[in-house]
Structures are given as C-alpha cells and as structure tokens.
Design a binder for this molecule. Structure first.
Ligand code: M6R
Length: 361
C-alpha cells in the first residue's frame, strides 16, 4: 500500500528515519554492539573481503572507509560478478562479508558459494530478507530492518545497510580494543542518524527545484571525495536508473585525469560535500569545473562555507559533519533522482529493463 505517496520509491525514501532507528535497536543491547556476533571471532579477523552488486556494492565501498579507520583492518570491496570468476588470493583469517538487500542476487550467491571452499575465517551476510538464500548460506547474519522494499531503486535498504556496516565496524573496533571514547562517539553519532534523516527529508521542495533544472539534461557528472565518493556513485546510479539520464561518478581528484574534458556549460555537476578534512581539496576541484562553465549543484552540510558565485547552486543539507555523513548525504540524491524521474514521466517504481531481484547472471 502506497498510502499518501505517489510511488513506492517516494514512500520508501520517507520511511528511512524509522528504518534506521529500527535497525539500530536490533543490533544494540545496552553497551553490546552486534551482540549476535562472537567477539572472539571478531578478535581473530585480520582482513575483510566485501562482495555485493549495485547499490549494495556502494554500501560496501563506504564501509571500507569506516572499518579501516575504526578497526584498522584492511578491507577490499568487489563486485560479485567479477569476484566469482577470479582466483582471489585470500590472506589468513579473512572474513567474507556478502551484502544483498534481497538475499537472492545470483552473482552474490555464486561468489559466496565459491568462497565457501576458499579458506575464509568465516562468512557474514548483511541482508534485508529473512529466510533468503543468502541468510541460509552465511555462517553469521546481520539483518537490516528496512521492511519490505518494493521500488526497484534501492533506498531504505541502502541506508540500513550503512547503519549495520557502521555498527559492525564499531563492534570490530571494540573486539580489537580500540579507544572506547572513539567507539562511544560513533554510537552517539549513529543515535542522531534517524533525527538528522528526518530533517534532511524535509528539504524535499528545494531538491525538486534542482530536479527541474536537471530534467532537461542529457548527462550529469557526480563528484565526491572520501566516503562521499561512493555516495556520488550511488547518486549517479539512482539518477540513471530512475530518469534514464546518463550519469557518471568520479572521485573528484580524478577530474584532471580525463573527465574534465567533458565539462562545458551544458553539463550539470552534482556534488555531495561534507565538511571533512578533504573539503578544501574538493573546493579546488569545484573551481576547476566552474572555470570551464560547468553548472555546480553542491549538497553541502552545515560546516561547508562556499562563497556564493554565479554557476554555483548551494543546497544546504541541515546536518553537521560526522562519521554518519554518508548516510545523510545520500538522501537528497535519492530525492533528486526520484523527482527527475517523475518530471520525465518514467516508471519510477519499475524502471524499464530492470528487476527488483536479479536472480539470473
Ligand atoms: O538485492 P541486492 O542488494 O543484492 O541487489 C543488488 C542490486 O541489484 C541492486 O542494488 C540494484 O543495483 C538496485 N536496483 C539499485 O537501486
């Protein structure tokens, strides 16, 4: 039932504050983080391989920043369809994490199957569907509590995957005796996620104005740095999937290595910008875009100050910078794709050529 919403995607975008809170509560028990995972197992983990497809792969890419920063464990993230045909070298005591909303994605399941005989320490599935093939195949499972996701474009599954992955990073850090103050701060920030998401979702009207400008374009470029780079990738995937506009994402530092040649006054450049230590570098990348006439749409958190200038549209994301920024920064990009799709009259919940669960290779 879509209730008062026009599409399931719109409804599911709005369900995120609650889905995040429910997911958090499911994996916190007093001071215990992810109590279903054996702390002794976590203490043994020396490396992590993450496998997934599509949006779930982007969640894995964000998690790499978190796990390496908090737990100091090396992480590699790979698209399952590539991994399944490789001959990966697996260091001792490596944990395999498979991420899938549906738990039925053929490539992710096949990668997992291959990995079962490859000498991993253990497997951990992150999934939204209980009793799915993925939850049955993994030795450990952390469920996302997004509820049923009907729109083909993944929204609330993504932000709840991120919630679980940040909790997992904190649990791993704790098992490895990281600074308790740092872990407390992560939990405090996560505790703000649901409320911050609610505030960001209230900026829907402003995003709609941006959508009106983007809807007539043939192409769009998304740029990000640090953990916002996978968020730029996710924003580009959402836009192409829902609106059929060709969108590409680049790490902002890659501009000069090729994509800058594309920039002219017909190209919108969309940037999730967080006031993290890389902000000054990001801003100098944005100046390179402006110098070539590219129109900038910067989704900036509260700490970003950018002088108003022609060709730069600042959309203020009402949240401070913290470790949860990627969870918050993706929300306006989901809205953007949604509104552009609606304006173009596409089938938002069921984009052409796509299926909700990709159960064949
Ligand atoms: O169910 P899964 O998370 O394994 O699905 C993976 C992808 O097929 C999925 O995320 C896809 O990219 C979405 N349609 C993106 O919105």
């Amino acid at each position: 039932d879509r209730g008062r919403y026009r599409h399931f995607m719109e409804k599911e975008i709005h369900e995120q504050p609650e889905a995040i809170a429910t997911t958090l509560n499911a994996h916190l028990d007093g001071t215990r983080i992810c109590p279903s995972l054996d702390p002794e197992l976590l203490g043994r983990v020396r490396a992590i391989h993450i496998l997934a497809c599509g949006t779930s792969y982007h969640a894995g890419l964000v998690a790499r920043y978190w796990i390496e920063r908090l737990a100091r464990v090396p992480v590699s993230v790979e698209i399952a369809s590539e991994y399944r045909y490789r001959e990966p070298a697996i260091p001792e005591d490596t944990l395999l994490i498979a991420i899938s909303q549906s738990g039925e994605t053929a490539d992710t399941l096949a990668a997992l199957e291959r990995a079962e005989h490859a000498g991993y320490l253990s497997t951990l599935g992150i999934c939204n569907v209980p009793e799915s093939a993925l939850t049955r195949q993994c030795e450990n499972v952390l469920m996302t509590r997004a509820g049923l996701e009907i729109g083909v474009a993944s929204t609330k599954a993504f932000t709840t995957q991120l919630t679980v992955l940040l909790l997992f990073a904190a649990a791993l850090a704790k098992a490895r005796e990281a600074d308790p103050g740092m872990i407390r701060q992560v939990l405090e920030d996560l505790g703000q996620a649901s409320q911050q998401a609610r505030e960001v979702l209230a900026m829907d009207g402003e995003v709609q104005q941006v959508a009106e400008e983007i809807a007539s374009k043939a192409h769009a470029l998304f740029l990000g740095r640090g953990p916002e780079y996978p968020i730029a990738m996710e924003g580009a995937l959402k836009l192409k999937e829902i609106s059929y506009i060709h969108a590409e994402a680049y790490a902002a530092g890659e501009l000069k290595h090729g994509p800058l040649a594309l920039v002219d006054d017909t190209l919108p450049v969309i940037v999730p910008a967080s006031s993290n230590p890389l902000l000054t570098k990001l801003i100098s990348n944005l100046q390179e875009v402006r110098a070539r006439g590219g129109m900038l749409y910067v989704f900036a958190d509260r700490g970003v100050s950018l002088a108003p200038a022609p060709g730069i549209r600042m959309i203020r994301v009402p949240a401070p910078h913290s470790i949860i920024s990627p969870i918050i920064q993706v929300l306006p990009l989901q809205f953007l794709a949604y509104h552009v799709g609606v304006l173009k009259g596409t089938d938002v919940d069921q984009p052409r050529n796509l299926a909700k669960s990709v159960t064949v290779e």
